[in-house]
Write a protein that binds this ligand. Structure first.
Ligand SMILES: Nc1ncnc2c1ncn2[C@@H]1O[C@H](COP(=O)(O)OP(=O)(O)OP(=O)(O)O)[C@@H](O)[C@H]1O
Length: 252
């Protein structure tokens, strides 16, 4: 690890712009996450949430700026940086010809761990995946696909867990279990989590940080004290987000 890197910091994004071809979809993004942080990533459809997560995970190259994950620079130490995160891929991108177990084995082989390497918790059991694990993903419902994507992201207990709208479509028990797992990871003080979501009301109870993207830029940023305060009053955080979204839509 670079000795200038803060060991508490898991993710450092500086001046990041990224998009498709030469077109920047997200610009001027600065973001720092420490161990223990759970970040809610909010924004209207098309605001750039998935694009930002693609840039952070090296799926698209930055047009400018840097990403450092767990002390490794994504451009100059890509292999090490990629070992620093687990990403729940979009369920529609899963390899449907594989069984759930084969997919976990594939991800495990890339991450250098076993197909059931979930320290301290049997994720497959907790998410109700066991009856499905040896069936082809093609036969899974949308929610079951989301579960296997999350289970794969959790393999090897990565320092940074990234869930891109992954809670959508989960049944209540699975959503509850995923939230418990996320909270346990964060409270261990060794991991951080990013959750992009449209379920604004779930953010104060789960996240200690939040950012709102608008037109590819960070329009609002809630620090822990602010989110905790907003969480004290039912509906207060949602009202703040709706106000910010309305201002953006009016200005746009
Ligand atoms: N593969 C791609 N090629 C070209 N443009 C893309 C691609 N993926 C997304 N975009 C464009 O980038 C912009 C931001 O899309 P993105 O998917 O990042 O938004 P989002 O905030 O995740 O949206 P949503 O909430 O609807 O999932 C949109 O204008 C979209 O059309």
């Amino acid at each position: 690890m670079d000795s200038s890197v803060d060991p508490a910091e898991i993710l450092a994004v500086r001046g990041l712009s990224a998009g498709y071809g030469a077109r920047a979809v997200v610009s001027g993004i600065n973001l720092s996450l420490n161990r223990g942080d759970i970040l809610g990533l909010l924004g209207a459809n098309g605001s750039g949430k998935s694009t930002l997560l693609r840039a952070i995970t090296g799926q698209i190259p930055p047009l400018s700026g840097t990403v450092n994950i767990n002390g490794a620079d994504l451009a100059s130490a890509a292999e090490r940086a990629k070992f620093g995160f687990g990403l729940a891929i979009d369920p529609s991108d899963l390899p449907v010809a594989l069984t759930g177990r084969q997919y976990l084995q594939l991800v495990g082989s890339i991450r250098g761990c076993a197909e059931d390497d979930w320290p301290g918790v049997n994720v497959a059991e907790r998410l109700g995946l066991k009856p499905w694990i040896d069936r082809a993903i093609a036969h899974y419902s949308l929610g079951t696909r989301a579960k296997i994507a999350i289970a794969a992201a959790l393999l090897g207990a990565p320092p940074l867990l990234i869930l891109d709208e992954s809670l959508n479509g989960l049944d209540p028990l699975a959503a509850f279990e995923v939230k418990r797992i996320i909270l346990a990871l964060a409270s261990s003080g060794r991991h951080a989590v990013i959750i992009s979501t449209h379920v604004v009301e779930s953010v104060p109870g789960l996240c200690n940080r939040a950012v709102l993207l608008a037109d590819g830029r960070m329009a609002r940023d809630w620090q822990p004290w602010h989110l905790a305060e907003a969480g004290q009053m039912p509906g207060a955080f949602e009202a703040e987000v709706m106000r910010a979204l309305t201002v953006q839509a009016t200005d746009g």
